[in-house]
Design a protein around this ligand. Structure first.
Ligand code: SDX
Length: 432
């Protein structure tokens, strides 16, 4: 018998089963509970999946207590310092850092798929002039399921890889087109002579009247942002993509579901909510009153950009973004930026406050990211779109990994039913 087991005993019946323990490379081992229903007639109960490992994955590892984040084993700090976003995309998708030739081929492949079908332009026109960019992103990416009939054979690994390349290549074009549509400026087509991130900045900010002035440090700050947001294990939006993919749905529809999930302020929408919160605070002298409100259970306001389901220590991405933000503000001559001052003071006070300390609430990736995006001239309502552009590679890498599983089963959680007992229909005349 496998010695590494956990014995579960139902004290009502005295029945026991030995559940195998599965050990990973890093992190907690897991209990394989799949025999519980058949052997003990029991389900596990874990609302919000706080303690549930929903799958086995080789892509990203997080240690919440130690504040560790690895992409395919490489520390996020080293990737942020040395890598490029396309190289991180290759690593997440295929598991290894590319050779120079592999990187050139991948860059070429991406550059061949940055254009959108011109028919999609009409789709944009259906949105109100003040639609939220995330509503448009969900719609346009979902609509793209209707444009690639050759991507529907998801049992074909080449089709799956092509869908992944298309999504990574087209998300910046789609996002930039949304931005241009909402500000009433002409769309800017992608340029194959530019790097992935420079091309994104070009499509977002170029205007017909004059050439776009690139700022290398600003482009690098955005690239670091994209690297840090690329993947994050089984977060809410990635879990949505996996669950949708488990039904064999079209990959573009799965990613549209991930975008919809990311939009929530408890998830990717937090970067926009942080800036709105800093604006509401207005001045460091108001911070103590807001700290009181963040702790008041009767007040729905929360300290946005703080806290995390997994990180019970400083989010390693937040440290990198804070330094990158400071350097960018200095480069752009915005060092004494009042929002940044409020954020630094808010972080200092919160990290000394018992409420946040005992609940292990630290800044997460969203606390400083909004300030970088704002300094780059990206409108507030586009912040979560930027997160979605970055996370697309994580979604498709996790989807590809799941689709390669030999015995892929559709995800289908069960429940604890506490509704009415079985009862017979009552004619309306007899109801009181
Ligand atoms: C992302 O999962 C991922 O990996 C996500 C992400 C990714 O890369 O994909 O990292 C990206 O989504 C980062 C998180 C962005 N969201 C925010 O910044 C929104 C503010 N944060 C919270 O809403 C909250 O911290 C969550 C949603 C992030 C985590 O919530 P949990 O794990 O469900 O924790 P909880 O709500 O049970 O909170 C535990 C306690 C509670 O107090 P008590 O009931 O114990 O008294 O901490 C309190 C909460 O009230 N609390 C906060 C707080 N976060 C938690 N109180 C004030 N401000 C906060 N931000």
């Amino acid at each position: 018998m496998n010695k590494e087991t956990v014995t579960i005993t139902d004290n009502r019946t005295g029945k026991s089963i030995d559940c195998p323990i599965k050990k990973g490379t890093h992190g907690p081992s897991v209990i394989d509970c799949h025999q519980l229903p058949s052997k003990l007639g029991l389900f596990t109960f874990d609302p919000a999946f706080v303690t549930t490992a929903s799958c086995e994955s080789k892509i990203t590892f997080i240690d919440g207590e130690k504040g560790i984040l690895l992409y395919r084993g490489y520390p996020i700090e080293q990737l942020a310092q040395h890598s490029s976003y396309p190289e991180v995309c290759y690593l997440l998708l295929y598991g290894e850092l590319p050779t120079r030739e592999q990187m050139d081929n991948f860059n070429h492949s991406i550059s061949q798929h940055t254009l959108l079908h011109e028919g999609l332009v009409n789709f944009y026109k259906g949105f109100r002039h003040d639609a939220h960019p995330m509503a448009m992103l969900v719609g346009v990416v979902g609509a793209m399921s209707g444009y690639y009939p050759d991507a529907l054979d998801i049992q074909n690994p080449e089709h799956r890889n092509m869908s992944a390349v298309r999504l990574i290549a087209k998300l910046p074009t789609i996002a930039a087109k949304i931005h241009k549509y909402l500000i009433g400026q002409p769309y800017v087509y992608p340029r194959n002579d530019l790097s992935y991130v420079a091309n994104f900045m070009h499509m977002m900010f170029s205007v017909p009247m004059e050439p776009y002035q690139f700022n290398e440090k600003a482009t690098r700050a955005l690239e670091i942002m994209l690297i840090l947001h690329a993947d994050h294990e089984q977060n809410a939006s990635t879990s949505t993509v996996r669950l949708a993919g488990s039904s064999q749905a079209h990959p573009f529809s799965c990613v549209a579901g991930g975008i919809a999930t990311l939009w929530g302020p408890a998830h990717g929408g937090a970067n926009e909510a942080v800036i709105r919160m800093l604006h509401d605070i207005k001045h460091p002298k108001n911070i103590q009153e807001y700290i009181r409100r963040f702790k008041d259970k009767d007040d729905p306001i929360r300290l946005m950009g703080f806290g995390h389901r997994v990180y019970k220590n400083y989010d390693p991405r937040a440290k990198i973004i804070r330094d990158s933000c400071y350097n960018l503000l200095e480069e752009l001559g915005m060092k004494q930026h009042v929002l940044f001052d409020i954020a630094l003071e808010l972080e200092r006070i919160a990290l000394e406050d018992e409420y946040f300390i005992e609940r292990k609430l630290y800044p997460n990736v969203d606390f400083y990211s909004g300030m970088i995006l704002r300094a780059l001239g990206i409108p507030l309502n586009m912040f979560t779109v930027m997160f979605a552009v970055a996370r697309t590679v994580g979604w498709v890498a996790q989807w590809m990994e799941m689709m390669e599983e030999p015995n892929l089963k559709i995800g289908r959680p069960r429940q604890l039913y506490t509704g009415a007992q079985r009862r017979d229909y009552v004619q309306v005349e007899e109801r009181i």
